[in-house]
Design a protein around this ligand. Structure first.
Ligand code: FAD
Ligand code: MLT
Ligand code: ZN
Length: 483
């Protein structure tokens, strides 16, 4: 990949323009007029430390007008940009590839409104997910998305990646929950579509292009989203199972027994849980080895009733020998502790140095077969082992069982071409043969760019290209990424 010479290089004149526009020192971080390479590092490297850009300039607009002026100036001057939220994305989409200007949304962190009757929440794109959810908790509501990176990711970033997370099973996708968007196009046009309507069938639903658009056609500056009433009762169970057959049976039984109160059904294989223990020292809730673990959460209105249902469910699945062992959280601390075993996985897997991540949609009956086949393939290639000489620590699978979304992860001691060549395109071919998706919820960014054809037809890819050219004819928005 080469830097496209059509883009201008940043000059001190450009920097001066942004400083004049944005004023405060903290709003412009630049390595052009000062030596700020250290300050720039955090904006240039991604969460996995796999992708590193060379931006010399980061701008932090404080409002939509400023975003508009920045983009118009960049468009007029052929300066390429990367929109950046919390920089927790997992496909290298949020960092520059070369010297693109980072437009970081962290200063746009104002909650704009909340309607207690409709549950509609409107906020700036840079509001941190956890801040939004804590605000809503006080109003007895819940943000319809939750994920392990909630303390740093931003709602604009969540919408831009169409993040799925831990409770999609219950609350559905952002394509349904986001009611309106305010965005700025590369030429500076402000698209004010912050609708608060649940129903609005008036032609093309343009906002959907920004949801999951990964910052390739414009910058989201505001979001309007419907939020459900927060359930007063949250109960969690964690259990161990012998086989993936039994995991499937347990999932069916959970839907039957827990129906309307079921709010999450997560899968963690035994190996992923062992690595959590190794990396963090966390003690697992169950004794003994179990090839599979599931976490079941219920959200309802009466804790005693829900607890009774959950205990009865556990008794049933243990009586039928579907589940080998299980535990139900007795208090809030235990709820958080059980969730920690699941939410702690991504961080722990990075412990040895790096991790190859595959976020896949696969028909549920074959979901785990890919992990087994991949493990066999890499083991016979002599790449997996306990000591330093082996690049691969283990091959693990976990994910959102309720959504047929597998996270196949290969934690490594170092990134090596030989490992990558074994995994790619093998994984993508495997998924494509089953009509799955090579990116269920993380997006494409730069990591999955070469592989889009495994999930999308040439016709669809061409339509995407046409849309990109229509919105961003100069190609300044997040270049070198998937489209
Ligand atoms: P960034 O990483 O900053 O950006 C992501 C992409 O969106 C980039 O392409 C960027 O250019 C673009 N972008 C960001 N903000 C804007 C904006 N305002 N306008 C236009 N484009 C923008 N994802 C899931 O789906 N489910 C999970 O369960 C999940 N768990 C995670 C757990 C951990 C520990 C981590 C590190 C990540 C996890 N993710 C998960 C990945 C997920 O994509 C991000 O956490 C989140 O959605 C990205 O938000 P962000 O603000 O960090 O965006
Ligand atoms: C998760 O479900 O934990 C996230 O999507 C992050 C990951 O895939 O590791
Ligand atoms: Zn996930």
């Amino acid at each position: 990949l080469k830097r496209d010479p059509k883009y201008a290089k940043i000059s001190s004149e450009h920097v001066e323009y942004f400083k004049k526009l944005l004023g405060s020192e903290s709003a412009v971080v630049d390595g052009v007029s000062q030596d700020a390479s250290e300050d720039l590092e955090a904006f240039n490297s991604d969460w996995m430390r796999k992708y590193r850009g060379h931006a010399k300039l980061v701008v932090k607009p404080g409002n939509t007008e400023e975003v508009s002026k920045i983009l118009k100036y960049c468009n007029d001057n052929m300066l390429a940009v990367v929109p950046q939220g919390g920089n927790t994305g997992l496909v290298g989409g949020s960092v520059p590839v070369f010297d693109e200007i980072v437009i970081n949304l962290s200063r746009m962190n104002r909650i704009r409104s909340f309607d207690e009757v409709s549950g509609i929440f409107v906020a700036d794109a840079g509001v941190i997910l956890e801040v939004a959810d804590n605000f809503l908790a006080e109003k007895k509501h819940i943000f319809p998305l939750d994920l392990g990176a909630k303390g740093s990711c931003q709602i604009g970033g969540n919408v831009a990646t169409n993040a799925g997370g831990l409770r999609l099973l219950r609350y559905g996708s952002l394509h349904g929950n986001v009611l309106g968007i305010e965005a700025v196009l590369p030429n500076g046009t402000i698209v004010d579509d912050l609708s608060k309507l649940r129903k609005n069938n008036t032609g093309y639903d343009i906002k959907q292009l920004f949801i999951g658009g990964e910052g390739t056609i414009g910058i989201i500056t505001g979001v309007s989203i419907q939020c459900a009433q927060r359930s007063p009762a949250i109960n969690v169970a964690y259990f161990g199972l012998d086989s993936f057959e039994k995991v499937q049976t347990a999932f069916r039984e959970a839907k039957g027994h827990l129906s309307e109160i079921l709010s999450a059904f997560e899968l963690m294989d035994g190996r992923s849980q062992n690595l959590v223990t190794k990396a963090s020292g966390r003690k697992l809730p169950l004794e003994g080895e179990h090839p599979f673990h599931c976490l079941v959460e219920t959200s309802g209105s009466n804790s005693d009733h829900d607890n009774e249902k959950l205990e009865a469910f556990l008794e049933h699945v243990m009586g039928e020998e579907i589940v080998s062992d299980g535990v139900v959280a007795q208090d809030q601390t235990q709820v958080l502790d059980l969730w920690g075993c699941r939410e702690g996985i991504p961080e722990c897997l990075g412990h040895w140095g790096g991790v190859y991540k595959y976020d896949l949609s696969i028909p549920i009956n074959e979901l785990y077969a890919l992990v087994e086949e991949t493990r066999e393939k890499l083991t016979s290639a002599g790449l997996v082992g306990d000591s330093e000489q082996y690049p691969i620590v283990d091959v693990v699978g976990y994910g959102h069982m309720g959504d047929s979304n597998l996270h196949l992860n290969v934690p490594v001691r170092r990134y090596e071409k030989e490992v990558e060549n074994q995994l790619e395109p093998f994984v993508f071919e495997w998924v494509s043969k089953r009509n799955g998706s090579i990116s269920a919820e993380h997006g494409l960014g730069i990591a999955k760019k070469p592989f889009i054809r495994y999930s999308r037809s040439p016709t669809i890819i061409e339509l995407m290209r046409q849309i990109k050219n229509l919105y961003d004819p100069n190609g300044i928005m997040n270049p070198y990424k998937y489209v």
